[in-house]
Design a protein around this ligand. Structure first.
Ligand code: SF4
Length: 228
């Protein structure tokens, strides 16, 4: 199955919103520094994404097999329900922004650059979802990323990368021996049509997390995912 690459999304930063989120007053020297960073980043950034359609060949109690490759996760198995299609994807802020960010001369500038990398990753992830919607009309979707839950461990990144061929050459994303991606501001996983409103955060008890997208619902695990 062919992979689709998305690499023409320009980074566009809403400077006022960024100042607000970082609590920087627009008329200060700090804001002027930030403005300069944003202008550099917008010139350098090449956020990228790739995805590929896969067909589910087998479903067990706690695994699915897609195009010959098994993925072990009870939660993924339940979430895909009756659907036969899944989309493997990787999105990244891009190597260009990553090396620019790590070479900023002070800790505070590296922190701001880090936030700009997150914006780039968010924008290319939105473009990826829009492309899947335009080409395949999956309807309501959810996604799972390896490592977000014990049930779907980080080692499953290997399967996602294997499904996508050569992400290093295609979009500059490497996977190391600990299954961590470089650039770090990258996300990989599997997206699928679903009848549930699903976020991994619903099953994650972590108390302090600035990226939480949904409240923890401890009862959901037994209600939906434990086999009766
Ligand atoms: S709450 Fe935070 S750590 Fe837990 S799944 Fe959501 S984003 Fe990840």
């Amino acid at each position: 199955m062919e992979t689709k690459i998305i690499d023409t999304i320009p980074l566009k930063v809403d400077f006022e919103a960024l100042c607000q989120s970082l609590r920087i007053r627009p008329d200060t020297e700090r804001a002027a520094e930030l403005k300069q960073l944003v202008e550099q980043a917008e010139l350098i950034a090449r956020p990228k994404a790739m995805y590929r359609l896969g067909f589910i060949e087998e479903k067990g109690e706690d695994y699915i097999v897609v195009d010959g490759l098994p993925f072990k996760s009870r939660i993924l198995r339940v979430n895909v329900g009756e659907t036969q299609r899944v989309f493997f994807f990787i999105a990244t802020c891009g190597e260009e922004l990553d090396s620019w960010s790590s070479s900023r001369p002070s800790m505070i500038l590296r922190y701001y650059a880090d936030v700009i990398q997150e914006i780039a990753l968010r924008q290319v992830s939105e473009a990826l979802a829009a492309d899947i919607e335009a080409n395949y009309r999956p309807g309501q979707t959810a996604m799972m990323t390896p490592g977000s839950l014990d049930d779907f461990p980080l080692s499953e990144q290997m399967g996602v990368f294997a499904m996508l061929g050569d992400p290093r050459t295609s979009i500059g994303v490497d996977l190391n021996d600990s299954y961590l991606m470089k650039p770090m501001k990258s996300v990989a996983g599997v997206m699928f049509s679903t009848q549930f409103d699903f976020e991994s955060c619903q099953l994650c008890p972590r108390e302090v997390c600035q990226n939480r997208r949904s409240p923890y619902q401890p009862e959901l695990l037994t209600e939906r995912y434990v086999a009766h």
